[in-house]
Design a protein around this ligand. Sequence first.
Ligand code: FES
Length: 564
Amino acid sequence: MPAKKLRSQEWFGGSAYEASVRRAWLRSEGFGAQVFGGKPVVGICNSWSELNNCNAHLRQVAEAVKRGVWAAGGFPLEFPTISLGELFMKPTTMLFRNLMAMDVEEMIRANPIDGVVLLCGCDKTTPAQLMGAASADIPAIMVTGGPMLAGNWKGNVLGSGTDGRRYFQELRAGRITDEQWCEIEGCIARSAGHCTVMGTASTMAALAEALGMTLPGNAAIPAVDSRRYQLAEASGARIVEMIRQDLRPSRILTRAAFENAIKTDMAIGGSTNAVVHLVAIAGRLGIELPLSEFDRISRQTPFLVNVKPSGAYVMEDFFYAGGLPAVLKELAPLLDTTVLTATGRTLEENLRSVERSTNRDVIRPLDQPLAPEGGTAILYGSLAPGGAVIKQTAASPRLLRHRGRAVVFASYDDLRARIDDPALEVDANSILVLQNAGPKGGPGFPEWGHLPIPAKLLKQGVDDMVRISDARMSGTSFGTDVLHVAPESAVGGPLALVRTGDEISLDVEARRLDLCVSQGELNRRRAQWRPPAPHYTRGYGKLFLDHVTQADQGCDFDFLRACG
Ligand code: FES
């Protein structure tokens, strides 16, 4: 069978004036004429940015990728896209995930490249690149940046995010000093790379690997470990082969691959944000992933990975214990191992040489799990007809079935203004409710769902409460937080009708979240409800508000989902 004509030849091949000019313009960068002799052109899609510390080392990673591409007979060309630094961007990076996905998709489609290596790391950069690459559908492989080195304070290992929040709570409760907090600030983030626990970045790196979009072992190699650069080099070589094999995302990202990813998410105690991102990535390929599917799989998949915030260890320990290949080896009886991966082989073939974990406290055997069910549960009920999520493995067991009186905050500003007010009528059994923090209401679906515990309760020793919102929360957070309530309050979901003093019932085992208020009273409140004014009337913000879908639909723009 004749080799498929390279896409890049439409730009550089032949004797037409336009092709000659394009060659001349690239030669201006110092490339010799030989690079146009039919070498596959590999785009290196780099989300490097000094405004995104998690991705700040990706130019070095790109150099390793280039070595691999050249060695395999390809021609690498690195290009930038926007980058989303989780801690810096206001109001939230999630407002811009779809913008980055559009940037990635259109840069791939518009440029003379035959395949692409995706370099990402921080939370939204991984799903945005997968969404864009899935829509562009030319051969693609992902290299994530890896987790940073674990923090350490006076001999205590610090997981970024998780332990930062824990110690900040200690500071608010007056149990550590400002000086000690300053020391922690100086040693919790020790290198380039993404957060060191099973937060959203680590989860999405693991799911990219479980989907088959990376080389095996990619997810957990620390950012500064030489093996990350070795894997990047191998990925550069591999994309050249993938181009020759026309191994596109649509051949890898099948329904079976997504089901494998959901099972992996449950086994690793992954971030609740993964639900939104997986639904969005699948939507780019015309694959529907209803929330009920996540819950069905959660009920059947044991929780195996003992990493914070649901467990005791950090990502470095996870890597030394075997990383994701060891998890997939354990999960293999539950997975569809016939799926094709970026190696060009099936998952079953990839796993043949993988050994079981060397540390069974970090990665548990399938028959001795940390919990019989997966990390994320989906709740339905009168308060969440479209669904809500809870990370049950990071919640307090005593609160998984709870009935309490709502203390309602109408917005994030209202929350900040009143949460530490000594006059706030709240006790340990209350349920904190935050409204107008969803995709349209936030705006942008911010990570406000881990509501702070009122200072006066912290001082009484209260360390967890049921909290309910239409917001997301950081994957590094821990607590009994019910999130992603859909429909959100800004579009008139039942969450908008909750008033302080209402009874709310949470029952995670029964997967229920109910507002215990009569229908007549709710009808009366609905008649009085008015939608909040839109946050934007122009620009990208308006595009977002006009087209973003609800949490259970993945929050992609309606016009970016695949037709059919
Ligand atoms: Fe980038 Fe946590 S802030 S991964």
